[in-house]
Design a protein around this ligand. Structure first.
Ligand code: UDP
Length: 240
């Protein structure tokens, strides 16, 4: 068995990654497959923290474009991430992986509040920790949450699992057939070239704190483990 390259990782799952082909809500088979992939990685002894998005249920920007107050719309988005987190916790625990959800917006009957030291303790005890409710602040994203939590818990890498693309391209590969996939990229180039991998707040946070990011496809089973074992798939972003 090949050993893991990382001791502690943050896995970023967009809400869409949980919705499969239907593009909305939660697809049980998809979430079960993700849970099985996380299990493989946890069994390598890697400490796994997960940040889940909410775009499969609600995005604050859409609400605000419909005339809603942006902050309210964003709080709805954060609540959506909690629903996704509970679904993922359920799938992980069903296959025997002890999992804790910590929320940035207190919801004590449902999950623990986010406490950095407690999260680290859970990880040391080899429990998967899911960070829900984003940063707890409107105007932010769950990508920024992944960057922030990765810095806080001293994760060595952020793995950004995508279900519609297998890395970062020079252009949208669905529109431009000539688009080339990058194997390596710097945060500065990503920002300068406006490559839509993550928002600029998240990118800057990763760049300033020297946290590498690997963007890869989750639709191929076993890919999370491959990345954790150091196989070159997807695109790696690091440095200035
Ligand atoms: N959100 C927020 N603050 C945060 C994280 C998320 O306000 O710190 C809201 C925001 O409205 C966002 C929604 O939650 O649209 C869902 O998160 P995101 O769009 O990042 O999810 P993903 O695209 O990863 O599914």
């Amino acid at each position: 068995m090949t050993t893991a390259r990382y001791r502690r990782i943050v896995l970023k799952l967009s809400g869409e990654a949980l919705s499969g082909k239907q593009g909305y809500g939660i697809e049980p088979t998809v979430i079960q497959s993700i849970a099985a992939q996380v299990k493989e990685v946890a069994e390598l002894g890697v400490e796994v923290a997960i940040v889940v998005g909410g775009g499969n249920i609600w995005r604050g920007k859409v609400g605000s474009e419909m005339g809603m107050d942006r902050a309210n719309a964003d709080y709805m988005g954060m609540l959506a991430t909690i629903m996704n987190s509970l679904a993922l916790q359920d799938s992980l625990e069903n296959i025997g992986i002890p999992t804790r959800v910590q929320t940035s917006i207190e919801m004590r009957q449902v999950a623990e509040p986010y406490i950095r030291r407690k999260a680290i303790r859970h990880l040391e005890k080899k429990r998967v920790v899911i960070f829900a409710a984003g940063t707890g602040n409107p105007y932010f994203s769950t990508d920024t949450t992944a960057a922030l939590r990765a810095a806080e818990i001293e994760a060595e890498v952020i793995l950004m699992a995508k279900n519609n693309v297998d890395g970062v391209y020079t252009d949208d590969p669905k529109v431009n057939k000539e688009a080339q996939k990058y194997e390596n990229l710097s945060y500065m180039d990503m920002l300068n070239e406006g490559l839509g991998v993550m928002d600029s707040t998240a990118s800057s946070l990763c760049m300033d704190n020297d946290i590498p990011l690997i963007v890869f496809s989750i639709t191929e089973e076993g890919n999370i483990k491959r990345v954790v074992q150091g196989e070159t798939i997807g695109t790696t972003i690091r440095g200035k």
